[in-house]
Design a protein around this ligand. Structure first.
Ligand code: SIN
Ligand code: MN
Length: 208
């Protein structure tokens, strides 16, 4: 068993975001980091442009049936990496984690990998490029700490922030599925998990 040997309960729930702190044990984090190095070797990282033509500060790639992509034509899912190759399969341990925390038989269609290095961040946004919002999004944090900000289902209003640490898993379902969220900054050097440093966030999504 790669994770805690029981059905987990969230250690914290904020505005419907269910957080399982350090659910992924250190050995399993190291194994996952190795799987992700192989994933990145097969599907190299790239920095997409937003629809306004600005380069995103994170580097990204994907695994699964679809990968998330952005350029001046907008946000969407693509069946192929920009190189033209199909996306590699989602690593088995990551699929196992999805089934464990969601209790769903349905597998995710996409595992988006975001790499934050240096001053990389992600502005407040909703995840809304998927067909069915009744499926949750599962987020996995590996490497450096990241300051995650949670807003509201409409733009604006008061926000709350929480530091996400390596091994934390968050389930964004129900009211949280369409809640604005983002990543203000990381604490570079706070973890030695990833070769070359930085923070990886994985998000697992059902797309179709
Ligand atoms: C995202 O919502 O796309 C990223 C969140 C994170 O990096 O924790
Ligand atoms: Mn998101």
């Amino acid at each position: 068993m790669a994770f805690v040997p029981h059905t987990p309960k969230p250690s914290l729930t904020i505005r419907g975001f269910a957080l399982y702190q350090e659910l992924i044990l250190p050995d399993a984090q190291a194994a996952m980091a190795k799987d992700l190095r192989e994933l990145v070797a097969a599907a190299p990282l790239f920095s997409p442009e937003t629809r306004w033509g600005k380069k995103m500060s994170v580097q990204m790639t994907s695994a699964g049936k679809y990968g998330w992509y952005s350029d001046r034509r907008g946000y969407r899912y693509e069946r192929r990496h920009p190189s033209g190759s199909a996306w590699p399969p989602i690593p088995a341990a990551i699929l196992e984690l999805w089934h464990q925390v969601t209790g769903l038989d349905r597998a995710p269609d996409c595992c988006l990998l975001n790499l934050y290095r240096g001053a990389a961040k992600m502005g407040l946004h909703q995840d809304r490029d998927e067909a069915d919002f009744s499926f949750p999004v599962v987020s996995v944090s590996l490497g450096d700490d990241g300051l995650f900000r949670i807003g509201n289902t409409e733009r604006g209003g008061k926000t709350e922030s929480i530091w996400l640490r390596s091994g934390d898993v968050m389930v964004m379902g129900g009211e949280a599925r369409l809640t604005y969220h983002g990543l203000d900054r990381t604490r570079p050097g706070s973890s030695s998990l990833l070769q070359g440093g930085g923070r990886i966030n994985l998000t697992l999504r059902v797309v179709d």
